[in-house]
Structures are given as structure tokens and as C-alpha cells.
Design a protein around this ligand. Structure first.
Ligand SMILES: [Zn+2]
Length: 189
């Protein structure tokens, strides 16, 4: 009897371990804390890939790099759903920028000031304090064809274009099928 109980316990434990792995492999698993937090303990001063750079220039919503894993899980899931549907419709859609560390965002802002001047930088790049990329609540979508697909279909997933001068920048600002808030002209307004 004891042996049977022991065997039953082993089977139940094995199932408990295997089921989430199978679910994950099938792409249906809910995100875990590791997915959200990534592996770096203190990334605020990080640059490069650890700071949210996407070295290849494009990433998918399932990629295991900080730019993706540190996104808000609901935003990440919405982009995953949209990318799957776009793909089924014959349109490629990928993430060109996702979560960014404050240090990385600052470097983008500084670079914009250097190349465009302060006034234009303020219209086109948010500071680390205001950027929704730093809080993990924004994605930039490419290529242009993919961004236009998402402008057309994004509300089906709750995804909204936020700035009229950025066709690539999307945030989760409504419920699926809902209405997006009015667009800002640019990052400054
Ligand atoms: Zn953006």
C-alpha cells in the first residue's frame, strides 16, 4: 500500500512539473516573474543588450532578451497576438525597440540633442523620466508595413498609436475592440 501511495505521489508530482513546461512549449503559458523581470538584478544603469538595446534591430515577442522580457506582460501578450494575426494575414511585424533602461533612454536623448538640437530632440525623444519604454509600457514596431497594419488593426488588441509623428510607437491604452485616446502631435505635447 505504501508503495502504491508513493508511486501515485511521484506521478502527481511529475505531472505538476511537466504540465507548465508543455503549456510553455505550446506558447500558452502565462508569463512568470522571470519573464517579466529578466535575469539582471539592477538594470537601470545598463546599456547594450542588458539595457534594452536589440542588437539585431528586430525582435519577436517571445525573444528572451531584456528589451522583451521586461515589457509589461499584458503589452507583450497583446503584441504577440497581433503579430500572430498579422503573420496569418501575410504581414511581418516585429519589435524594433521595447523596454529601455534609464541609461539607454538617456543616451538616445543625448544623441538626439547632438544630432538634431534641443528643440527637435524634445519633440522626438522622451526623457528617462517620461518615456513609456523605460516603464516597459511601449513598443516600437517595424517594418513600416507592419506598423501600418497595426495602425489599422491595433485596437482589436488594445494597442494604440500614441504620437502622430511616430507611426511605429504603440502602447496598450484601451481594451480589445475599444477606442484609443486622442493622439498627441509629438513627444513634447
Ligand atoms: Zn517608441
Amino acid at each position: 500500500m505504501a508503495v502504491i501511495l508513493l508511486m501515485a505521489t511521484v506521478v502527481i508530482l511529475a505531472a505538476a512539473v511537466a504540465y507548465p513546461l508543455i503549456e510553455r512549449a505550446a506558447g500558452r503559458a502565462p508569463l512568470t516573474a522571470d519573464d517579466v523581470l529578466g535575469s539582471s538584478p539592477e538594470p537601470s544603469g545598463s546599456t547594450g543588450e542588458a539595457g534594452g538595446d536589440i542588437p539585431a534591430g528586430a525582435a519577436g515577442p517571445n525573444d528572451d532578451i531584456p528589451a522583451i522580457t521586461r515589457l509589461d506582460p499584458a503589452l507583450r501578450a497583446a503584441v504577440r497576438h497581433a503579430a500572430d494575426d498579422a503573420h496569418a494575414a501575410g504581414i511581418d511585424l516585429w519589435i524594433t525597440s521595447g523596454w529601455r533602461s534609464p541609461a539607454y533612454q538617456q543616451s538616445l536623448y543625448d544623441e538626439a540633442i547632438r544630432t538634431k538640437g534641443l528643440a527637435e530632440a524634445r519633440r522626438t525623444v522622451a526623457t528617462p523620466e517620461t518615456s513609456q519604454h523605460v516603464s516597459g509600457n511601449a513598443v516600437d514596431i517595424g517594418p513600416t508595413e507592419g506598423a501600418y497594419w497595426l495602425i489599422q488593426h491595433g485596437t482589436d488588441y488594445g494597442l494604440c498609436q500614441v504620437y502622430a509623428n511616430e507611426i511605429w510607437h504603440f502602447e496598450l491604452l484601451t481594451t480589445p475592440g475599444g477606442t484609443c485616446p486622442p493622439m498627441h502631435d509629438d513627444a513634447e505635447s
